[in-house]
Design a binder for this molecule. Structure first.
Ligand code: BGC
Ligand code: CA
Length: 297
């Protein structure tokens, strides 16, 4: 097969744990977070400018909000972010009984509900006190529904094209799972494994569903993103990156044909991997992604 896949490092500024990329269509910018560096970044491909906001605590995700600005997961709080004034307003807290937990990945479902998960305290990268995390949804009235507890590292999430399946990663299980998803009630059920990581594929981290219904999964500690078919459980493609700690990915660009991949540098010797912590763009995949949904709350 002819391959014109190209990988380039587009944001060289090194994040401790670059994560949670999301393409903001209205601004044509890439939003992402640096969890350990406690920052939200907004990068414009056309100007190559990066704007940043310090969150003061770890920040697990950021997503656009329909009423304007963003919503982010800072520590155990969901906060509203006004980008123009750089103001953050706390909206609610999760895991009040687990003060050492922090929010990790989060994403907005097809009707504007936010799903986000937590994890316990990490002593070293990917070493956590197990089963401390949870998975929640935050409805538009800001009420919270808890779906799961005993999660190790709540990570990647996305929905199938028909909106009836919710894909979810608890990293230490080394699997990508699926649930039946009831879009109206937000209820999840019938959990099953759709993909088991193979030898050398590391830990599954962030993921995104493309316009063909296939999942792109960032493989933490394995320097790659894999494309899997959640229906057959088959890995269709592997894209290698020049850094080992690939953390998450999303499609973006004017027609959603560029795959953006974030990475982490925490725990690595920077001289071994100069681009560790950078953000990468993969072009020439011949696949498109889908626009992100904004949070309605
Ligand atoms: C977490 C990291 C963790 C990594 C690997 C990331 O989503 O934020 O703290 O080390 O996943 O599981
Ligand atoms: Ca992640």
């Amino acid at each position: 097969m002819m391959s014109s896949v190209k990988v380039e490092c587009v944001v060289k500024e090194s994040a401790l744990i670059g994560e949670g990329p999301v393409w903001e269509e209205s601004e044509q910018t890439l939003l992402f977070v640096d969890i350990g560096g406690q920052k939200i970044h907004r990068w414009s491909p056309s100007t190559n400018q990066i704007q940043s906001l310090e969150t003061g605590e770890s920040v697990g995700f950021v997503v656009p909000r329909r009423s304007g600005g963003y919503v982010a997961g800072v520590g155990r709080s969901i906060v509203a972010v006004d980008w123009s004034t750089q103001m953050m307003t706390p909206l609610l807290e999760v895991d009040e009984d687990k003060k050492n937990n922090r929010l990790n990945d989060g994403k907005v479902d097809p009707i504007g509900r936010l799903l986000a998960g937590t994890m316990g305290k990490e002593t070293r990268p990917a070493e956590v006190q197990r089963q401390q995390g949870s998975l929640f949804s935050v409805n538009s009235d800001l009420s919270v529904t808890k779906h799961l507890n005993q999660v190790d590292i709540s990570n990647g999430l996305d929905w199938s094209l028909d909106q009836k399946t919710f894909f979810y990663i608890d990293s230490l299980s080394l699997t990508v799972d699926a649930f039946d998803y009831d879009l109206l009630s937000g209820h999840i059920g019938n959990r099953r494994v759709v993909y088991r990581m193979e030898e050398g594929e590391g830990l599954p981290d962030g993921m995104t569903c493309d316009a063909d219904g296939r999942l792109w999964v960032a493989c933490y500690n394995a320097g790659r993103v894999i494309r899997i078919d959640p229906v057959t459980g088959v890995r269709l493609q592997t894209v290698s990156l020049p850094v080992t700690k690939t953390t998450s990915c999303c499609f973006g660009g004017p027609d959603y044909s560029d795959l953006y991949v974030t990475s982490a540098s925490l725990g690595l010797n920077q001289s071994e991997q100069q681009l560790a912590g950078g953000t990468f763009r993969v072009t020439g995949l011949g696949v498109k992604g889908r626009p992100s949904t904004s949070f309605t709350g």
